[in-house]
Design a protein around this ligand. Structure first.
Ligand code: SAM
Length: 226
């Protein structure tokens, strides 16, 4: 991710990691995932879409989606308080900060919530966050990672380090396996998984990245709250 509000001061190593990440992967990742989300949204065929992007980071995905589709109105949620300097910035008007547990909105207030690479950053509370997402939205799209053993776990940790550490976002110890993700879904009463997409060849544009981080490490899961 690439959020200006995540961490105010960055040391030189953090700046180098951030620069490398932006050059190698960030923009491509945002474009790829936004296009994928648009395809999913088109299939859901909703008229007006009130969207909640939970763990929005720099809000690039929500903004991309609004640029692609005029019927989307996004609210963005993350755990960082908004710095004073952004208080009057129109770009950040749609941003709301919360405690990472209780989403400050009414039941079913949104048509859709997105949790894009968020749940693995708060693994212990994934069921709580997901329950909250399902409470406030009719549909929830989750984008996350699958690990298949030690090698893929360490690969994902390395990718997370490059993508997030520089911004002060913690690098997780582990990720969902297919089984532990299913276990998580089983904790969500009245919620149905309508589609799961895996693999997602997010890094197919870069031979080396694709080799290190193949598509089977990425998935999207679309949930419907019945
Ligand atoms: C890898 S970044 C993803 C940012 C953005 N969703 C994207 O895909 O570009 C993970 C984000 O999740 C946020 N996050 C972590 N735990 C969270 C929680 N419990 N509730 C909401 N956001 C959380 C972090 O602050 C960070 O912005």
């Amino acid at each position: 991710m690439s959020s200006p509000i995540a961490k105010k001061t960055k040391n030189s190593l953090e700046k180098v990691v951030i620069k490398s990440h932006q050059k190698l992967s960030h923009n491509n990742r945002i474009d790829y995932l936004s296009n994928l989300f648009i395809e999913v949204l088109d299939e859901l065929d909703l008229a007006e879409i009130a969207l909640l992007d939970i763990g929005c980071g720099d809000m690039s995905i929500a903004e991309n989606l609004m640029q692609h589709r005029a019927n989307i109105k996004a609210t963005c949620l993350d755990t960082y308080p908004l710095p004073e300097a952004y208080a009057n910035d129109p770009k950040w008007e749609k941003y709301v900060s919360f405690d990472g547990r209780k989403i400050p909105f009414e039941d079913k207030q949104f048509d859709l919530a997105i949790l894009c690479d968020v749940l693995h950053h708060d693994f212990e509370y994934a069921a709580v966050i997901l329950k909250e997402a399902c409470r406030v939205a009719k549909y929830v799209i989750i984008k996350d990672h699958f690990e298949y053993g030690m090698v893929s776990r360490q690969t994902l940790r390395l990718m997370d380090f490059i993508g997030n550490w520089g911004y002060g976002v913690s690098v997780p110890d582990r990720y969902f396996s297919k089984k532990s993700y299913q276990d998580l879904l089983d904790t969500q009463e009245g919620v149905e998984e309508v589609q799961q997409i895996c693999p997602i060849p997010l890094y197919e544009h870069n031979f080396l990245f694709n080799l290190i981080c193949p598509g089977k490490l990425q998935y999207i899961s679309i949930l419907k709250n019945n």
